[in-house]
Design a protein around this ligand. Structure first.
Ligand code: NCD
Ligand code: ZN
Length: 342
Protein backbone atom coordinates (compact mmCIF):
# COMPACT_ATOMS: atom_id res chain seq x y z
CA UNK A 1 0.00 0.00 0.00
CA UNK A 2 1.57 3.30 -1.01
CA UNK A 3 -1.19 5.70 -0.01
CA UNK A 4 -4.32 5.82 2.11
CA UNK A 5 -7.33 8.10 1.68
CA UNK A 6 -10.02 8.51 4.32
CA UNK A 7 -12.66 10.91 5.64
CA UNK A 8 -11.02 14.10 6.93
CA UNK A 9 -10.38 13.60 10.66
CA UNK A 10 -11.04 15.85 13.65
CA UNK A 11 -8.60 16.56 16.48
CA UNK A 12 -10.73 16.28 19.62
CA UNK A 13 -8.10 17.76 21.98
CA UNK A 14 -5.49 20.30 20.94
CA UNK A 15 -3.64 23.32 22.31
CA UNK A 16 -3.25 25.98 19.64
CA UNK A 17 -2.10 28.69 22.09
CA UNK A 18 -2.51 32.40 21.23
CA UNK A 19 -0.44 35.32 19.95
CA UNK A 20 2.62 34.65 17.80
CA UNK A 21 2.79 30.99 18.79
CA UNK A 22 -0.75 30.45 17.51
CA UNK A 23 0.18 31.99 14.15
CA UNK A 24 2.92 29.39 13.89
CA UNK A 25 1.09 26.28 15.11
CA UNK A 26 -2.55 26.72 14.03
CA UNK A 27 -1.96 26.22 10.27
CA UNK A 28 -0.62 22.71 10.93
CA UNK A 29 -3.80 21.65 12.71
CA UNK A 30 -5.96 23.44 10.13
CA UNK A 31 -4.39 21.65 7.16
CA UNK A 32 -4.96 18.12 8.49
CA UNK A 33 -8.18 18.36 10.48
CA UNK A 34 -11.71 19.47 9.68
CA UNK A 35 -12.49 20.53 13.24
CA UNK A 36 -10.73 20.60 16.56
CA UNK A 37 -11.70 20.85 20.20
CA UNK A 38 -9.64 23.83 21.35
CA UNK A 39 -8.22 23.64 24.86
CA UNK A 40 -8.97 26.73 26.97
CA UNK A 41 -5.84 26.83 29.17
CA UNK A 42 -4.61 30.21 28.02
CA UNK A 43 -3.34 32.85 30.45
CA UNK A 44 -5.85 34.02 31.58
CA UNK A 45 -8.03 30.95 30.85
CA UNK A 46 -11.08 30.99 28.58
CA UNK A 47 -13.89 31.20 31.14
CA UNK A 48 -16.48 33.40 29.42
CA UNK A 49 -18.38 33.40 26.14
CA UNK A 50 -16.82 36.74 25.31
CA UNK A 51 -13.29 35.37 25.67
CA UNK A 52 -14.22 32.23 23.75
CA UNK A 53 -15.72 34.24 20.91
CA UNK A 54 -12.65 36.46 20.65
CA UNK A 55 -10.36 33.42 20.76
CA UNK A 56 -12.45 31.72 18.09
CA UNK A 57 -12.23 34.78 15.82
CA UNK A 58 -8.45 34.91 16.25
CA UNK A 59 -8.16 31.22 15.35
CA UNK A 60 -10.35 31.67 12.26
CA UNK A 61 -8.19 34.60 11.18
CA UNK A 62 -5.00 32.53 11.60
CA UNK A 63 -6.20 29.83 9.20
CA UNK A 64 -4.35 29.49 5.91
CA UNK A 65 -6.21 30.97 2.91
CA UNK A 66 -9.02 28.76 1.68
CA UNK A 67 -9.13 26.64 4.84
CA UNK A 68 -12.52 25.45 6.10
CA UNK A 69 -11.13 24.39 9.47
CA UNK A 70 -13.60 24.94 12.33
CA UNK A 71 -12.46 25.48 15.92
CA UNK A 72 -14.82 24.10 18.60
CA UNK A 73 -14.47 26.13 21.76
CA UNK A 74 -14.40 24.89 25.33
CA UNK A 75 -15.00 26.56 28.65
CA UNK A 76 -12.34 26.34 31.37
CA UNK A 77 -14.04 25.42 34.63
CA UNK A 78 -12.93 27.17 37.81
CA UNK A 79 -14.21 27.02 41.39
CA UNK A 80 -16.22 30.18 40.84
CA UNK A 81 -17.28 29.70 37.22
CA UNK A 82 -20.58 31.42 36.43
CA UNK A 83 -23.33 28.93 35.77
CA UNK A 84 -25.21 31.49 33.67
CA UNK A 85 -22.15 32.13 31.57
CA UNK A 86 -21.66 28.46 30.76
CA UNK A 87 -25.39 27.95 30.18
CA UNK A 88 -25.74 30.84 27.76
CA UNK A 89 -22.49 29.94 25.99
CA UNK A 90 -23.81 26.46 25.40
CA UNK A 91 -27.23 27.56 24.26
CA UNK A 92 -25.65 30.07 21.85
CA UNK A 93 -23.42 27.31 20.51
CA UNK A 94 -20.19 29.08 21.49
CA UNK A 95 -19.12 26.30 23.84
CA UNK A 96 -19.00 22.77 22.47
CA UNK A 97 -17.93 21.37 25.83
CA UNK A 98 -16.57 22.26 29.26
CA UNK A 99 -13.08 21.33 30.42
CA UNK A 100 -12.25 20.25 33.94
CA UNK A 101 -8.65 20.63 35.06
CA UNK A 102 -8.01 19.58 38.64
CA UNK A 103 -6.09 22.59 40.04
CA UNK A 104 -2.38 22.33 39.30
CA UNK A 105 -2.64 19.02 37.44
CA UNK A 106 -0.86 20.38 34.37
CA UNK A 107 0.34 23.41 32.37
CA UNK A 108 -1.71 26.57 33.10
CA UNK A 109 -4.12 24.79 35.42
CA UNK A 110 -3.54 26.87 38.54
CA UNK A 111 -7.04 28.34 38.14
CA UNK A 112 -8.47 24.83 37.87
CA UNK A 113 -10.98 23.22 40.18
CA UNK A 114 -9.93 22.55 43.80
CA UNK A 115 -13.14 20.84 44.90
CA UNK A 116 -15.43 19.25 42.36
CA UNK A 117 -18.28 19.16 44.88
CA UNK A 118 -18.68 22.87 44.22
CA UNK A 119 -19.46 22.15 40.58
CA UNK A 120 -22.52 20.02 41.27
CA UNK A 121 -24.94 22.53 39.64
CA UNK A 122 -22.63 22.81 36.65
CA UNK A 123 -22.50 19.05 36.11
CA UNK A 124 -26.28 18.93 36.39
CA UNK A 125 -26.50 21.63 33.71
CA UNK A 126 -24.19 19.75 31.34
CA UNK A 127 -26.17 16.60 31.98
CA UNK A 128 -29.43 18.36 31.06
CA UNK A 129 -27.93 19.92 27.95
CA UNK A 130 -26.18 16.74 26.82
CA UNK A 131 -22.89 18.65 26.46
CA UNK A 132 -19.67 16.76 27.14
CA UNK A 133 -17.54 17.31 30.21
CA UNK A 134 -13.89 16.91 29.22
CA UNK A 135 -11.70 15.75 32.07
CA UNK A 136 -7.98 15.89 32.67
CA UNK A 137 -8.07 12.71 34.72
CA UNK A 138 -5.28 12.90 37.25
CA UNK A 139 -5.34 13.42 40.99
CA UNK A 140 -2.94 16.07 42.28
CA UNK A 141 -2.42 14.57 45.75
CA UNK A 142 1.34 14.81 46.34
CA UNK A 143 1.33 11.46 48.16
CA UNK A 144 0.18 9.67 45.00
CA UNK A 145 2.98 8.57 42.68
CA UNK A 146 2.98 10.55 39.42
CA UNK A 147 2.64 7.33 37.41
CA UNK A 148 -0.47 6.32 39.39
CA UNK A 149 -2.36 9.59 39.22
CA UNK A 150 -4.63 8.55 36.39
CA UNK A 151 -5.65 5.17 37.80
CA UNK A 152 -6.26 6.68 41.25
CA UNK A 153 -8.38 9.39 39.62
CA UNK A 154 -10.68 6.72 38.19
CA UNK A 155 -11.47 5.29 41.63
CA UNK A 156 -11.54 8.51 43.61
CA UNK A 157 -13.23 10.88 41.17
CA UNK A 158 -14.42 9.54 37.83
CA UNK A 159 -16.38 6.50 38.94
CA UNK A 160 -18.24 8.40 41.71
CA UNK A 161 -18.94 11.28 39.30
CA UNK A 162 -20.46 9.00 36.68
CA UNK A 163 -22.60 7.33 39.33
CA UNK A 164 -23.88 10.62 40.68
CA UNK A 165 -24.76 11.96 37.22
CA UNK A 166 -26.10 8.97 35.31
CA UNK A 167 -26.73 10.90 32.09
CA UNK A 168 -23.60 13.05 32.11
CA UNK A 169 -21.49 12.59 28.98
CA UNK A 170 -17.77 12.57 29.67
CA UNK A 171 -14.56 12.47 27.66
CA UNK A 172 -11.68 10.98 29.62
CA UNK A 173 -8.92 13.01 27.96
CA UNK A 174 -5.57 11.67 26.76
CA UNK A 175 -5.75 8.32 28.52
CA UNK A 176 -2.42 6.65 29.27
CA UNK A 177 -3.13 3.43 31.16
CA UNK A 178 -4.59 -0.05 30.82
CA UNK A 179 -6.85 0.85 33.76
CA UNK A 180 -8.33 3.76 31.80
CA UNK A 181 -8.87 1.59 28.72
CA UNK A 182 -10.65 -1.02 30.86
CA UNK A 183 -12.75 1.60 32.62
CA UNK A 184 -13.88 3.20 29.35
CA UNK A 185 -14.75 -0.23 27.97
CA UNK A 186 -16.79 -1.03 31.08
CA UNK A 187 -19.07 1.89 30.13
CA UNK A 188 -19.24 1.05 26.42
CA UNK A 189 -22.92 0.08 26.54
CA UNK A 190 -24.07 3.48 27.77
CA UNK A 191 -22.12 5.29 25.04
CA UNK A 192 -21.65 8.24 27.40
CA UNK A 193 -17.95 7.79 28.16
CA UNK A 194 -15.40 8.45 25.44
CA UNK A 195 -11.63 8.78 25.54
CA UNK A 196 -9.07 10.57 23.42
CA UNK A 197 -5.72 8.92 22.75
CA UNK A 198 -2.63 10.82 21.63
CA UNK A 199 -0.14 9.54 19.06
CA UNK A 200 2.82 10.07 21.36
CA UNK A 201 1.39 7.90 24.14
CA UNK A 202 1.13 5.08 21.59
CA UNK A 203 4.69 5.63 20.32
CA UNK A 204 6.75 6.06 23.50
CA UNK A 205 6.78 4.51 26.94
CA UNK A 206 8.30 6.15 30.02
CA UNK A 207 11.81 5.01 29.12
CA UNK A 208 11.83 7.67 26.40
CA UNK A 209 12.16 10.39 29.05
CA UNK A 210 15.42 8.91 30.32
CA UNK A 211 17.09 7.55 27.19
CA UNK A 212 20.79 8.35 27.62
CA UNK A 213 19.92 11.38 29.77
CA UNK A 214 16.93 13.56 30.57
CA UNK A 215 14.75 14.09 27.50
CA UNK A 216 12.49 17.06 28.15
CA UNK A 217 10.83 16.82 24.74
CA UNK A 218 9.31 13.49 25.79
CA UNK A 219 7.79 14.98 28.94
CA UNK A 220 4.07 15.65 28.90
CA UNK A 221 1.10 15.22 31.21
CA UNK A 222 -0.24 12.74 31.84
CA UNK A 223 3.29 11.37 31.79
CA UNK A 224 4.04 8.37 29.54
CA UNK A 225 3.67 5.05 31.36
CA UNK A 226 5.11 1.51 31.20
CA UNK A 227 5.27 -0.48 27.96
CA UNK A 228 2.23 -2.61 28.84
CA UNK A 229 0.13 0.56 29.05
CA UNK A 230 1.40 1.78 25.69
CA UNK A 231 0.36 -1.55 24.21
CA UNK A 232 -3.09 -1.29 25.78
CA UNK A 233 -3.59 2.14 24.19
CA UNK A 234 -2.56 0.87 20.75
CA UNK A 235 -4.91 -2.07 21.14
CA UNK A 236 -7.79 0.22 22.13
CA UNK A 237 -7.25 2.77 19.36
CA UNK A 238 -6.79 0.18 16.63
CA UNK A 239 -9.81 -1.84 17.77
CA UNK A 240 -12.13 0.60 15.99
CA UNK A 241 -14.39 0.63 19.10
CA UNK A 242 -16.53 3.80 19.14
CA UNK A 243 -15.45 5.03 22.61
CA UNK A 244 -11.86 5.70 21.50
CA UNK A 245 -11.02 8.64 19.28
CA UNK A 246 -8.27 10.93 18.10
CA UNK A 247 -7.04 13.82 20.25
CA UNK A 248 -3.43 14.81 19.63
CA UNK A 249 -2.94 16.92 22.78
CA UNK A 250 -0.37 18.73 20.65
CA UNK A 251 1.03 21.13 23.25
CA UNK A 252 3.79 23.39 21.90
CA UNK A 253 6.21 25.18 24.22
CA UNK A 254 9.26 27.20 23.13
CA UNK A 255 12.48 25.15 23.26
CA UNK A 256 13.76 27.46 26.02
CA UNK A 257 10.76 26.56 28.20
CA UNK A 258 11.21 22.82 27.62
CA UNK A 259 15.01 22.73 28.04
CA UNK A 260 15.06 24.36 31.45
CA UNK A 261 15.65 23.47 35.11
CA UNK A 262 11.85 23.24 35.39
CA UNK A 263 10.75 22.22 31.92
CA UNK A 264 7.13 22.58 30.80
CA UNK A 265 4.97 19.55 30.09
CA UNK A 266 3.78 19.17 26.52
CA UNK A 267 4.67 17.44 23.25
CA UNK A 268 4.23 19.23 19.92
CA UNK A 269 2.81 16.85 17.32
CA UNK A 270 0.53 19.02 15.16
CA UNK A 271 2.96 19.29 12.20
CA UNK A 272 3.05 15.50 11.80
CA UNK A 273 -0.05 14.31 13.64
CA UNK A 274 -1.65 12.06 11.03
CA UNK A 275 1.72 10.70 9.96
CA UNK A 276 2.34 9.55 13.54
CA UNK A 277 -1.07 7.93 13.90
CA UNK A 278 -0.63 6.19 10.52
CA UNK A 279 2.63 4.70 11.77
CA UNK A 280 0.92 3.32 14.88
CA UNK A 281 -1.96 1.80 12.93
CA UNK A 282 0.33 0.39 10.25
CA UNK A 283 2.57 -1.28 12.83
CA UNK A 284 -0.53 -2.81 14.43
CA UNK A 285 -1.70 -4.07 11.02
CA UNK A 286 -4.83 -1.98 11.42
CA UNK A 287 -4.67 0.83 8.85
CA UNK A 288 -8.26 -0.08 7.96
CA UNK A 289 -9.34 1.06 11.46
CA UNK A 290 -7.69 4.48 11.27
CA UNK A 291 -10.76 6.11 9.74
CA UNK A 292 -13.01 4.97 12.61
CA UNK A 293 -10.60 6.28 15.21
CA UNK A 294 -9.69 9.53 13.46
CA UNK A 295 -12.79 10.54 11.54
CA UNK A 296 -15.90 8.74 12.76
CA UNK A 297 -15.88 7.90 16.45
CA UNK A 298 -15.20 11.40 17.74
CA UNK A 299 -17.72 13.02 15.40
CA UNK A 300 -20.36 10.55 16.56
CA UNK A 301 -19.60 11.16 20.24
CA UNK A 302 -19.83 14.95 19.74
CA UNK A 303 -23.02 14.43 17.69
CA UNK A 304 -21.58 16.09 14.62
CA UNK A 305 -21.81 14.94 11.03
CA UNK A 306 -18.67 13.40 9.59
CA UNK A 307 -16.52 15.72 7.50
CA UNK A 308 -17.43 15.69 3.83
CA UNK A 309 -13.99 15.73 2.24
CA UNK A 310 -11.07 13.32 2.48
CA UNK A 311 -7.36 13.39 3.26
CA UNK A 312 -4.54 11.34 1.78
CA UNK A 313 -1.33 10.09 3.33
CA UNK A 314 1.43 8.76 1.09
CA UNK A 315 4.35 6.51 1.82
CA UNK A 316 7.29 8.84 1.45
CA UNK A 317 10.44 9.33 3.52
CA UNK A 318 10.97 12.81 4.93
CA UNK A 319 12.90 14.36 7.78
CA UNK A 320 11.13 16.22 10.58
CA UNK A 321 12.65 19.70 11.08
CA UNK A 322 14.81 20.21 14.21
CA UNK A 323 12.59 23.12 15.13
CA UNK A 324 9.71 25.19 13.78
CA UNK A 325 9.63 28.83 14.90
CA UNK A 326 11.50 27.99 18.10
CA UNK A 327 9.45 24.90 19.00
CA UNK A 328 10.85 21.39 18.65
CA UNK A 329 8.29 18.99 17.18
CA UNK A 330 8.07 15.35 18.27
CA UNK A 331 10.56 13.24 16.26
CA UNK A 332 12.70 16.33 15.49
CA UNK A 333 15.50 15.43 13.08
CA UNK A 334 14.11 11.93 12.54
CA UNK A 335 12.78 10.21 9.45
CA UNK A 336 9.06 9.64 8.87
CA UNK A 337 7.66 7.13 6.43
CA UNK A 338 4.17 8.59 5.92
CA UNK A 339 3.52 12.03 4.57
CA UNK A 340 0.34 14.10 4.55
CA UNK A 341 -0.54 15.15 1.01
CA UNK A 342 -1.43 18.85 0.76
C1 NCD B 1 -0.65 20.70 28.09
C2 NCD B 1 -0.20 22.15 27.81
O1 NCD B 1 1.00 22.37 27.66
O2 NCD B 1 -1.06 23.02 27.71
N1 NCD B 1 0.49 19.92 28.43
C3 NCD B 1 0.63 18.59 28.29
O3 NCD B 1 1.64 18.03 28.74
N2 NCD B 1 -0.27 17.88 27.68
C4 NCD B 1 -1.71 20.67 29.13
C5 NCD B 1 -2.43 19.35 29.21
O4 NCD B 1 -3.20 18.99 28.33
O5 NCD B 1 -2.24 18.62 30.19
ZN1 ZN C 1 -3.98 18.90 26.64
Amino acid sequence: MTSITFIRPDDLHVHVRDGALMQSVLPYTARQFGRAIIMPNLRPPVTTTEKAQAYRDAILAARPKGSNFQPLMTCYLTDDISLNEVASGMVDGVFAAAKLYPANATTNSDSGVTDIEKLTPLFALLERQGKPLLIHGEVTDSTVDVFDRESVFIDRVLEPLLSRFPELRVVFEHITTQEAVDFVRSHAKSGRLGATITAHHMLINRNAMFQGGLRPHHYCLPVAKRERHRQALVQAATSGEPAFFLGTDSAPHPISAKESACGCAGIYTAPLALELYAEVFEEAGALDKLENFASRNGAAFYRMPENKDVVTLEQEMWTVPEQIDGVAPFRAGQTMRWRFKE
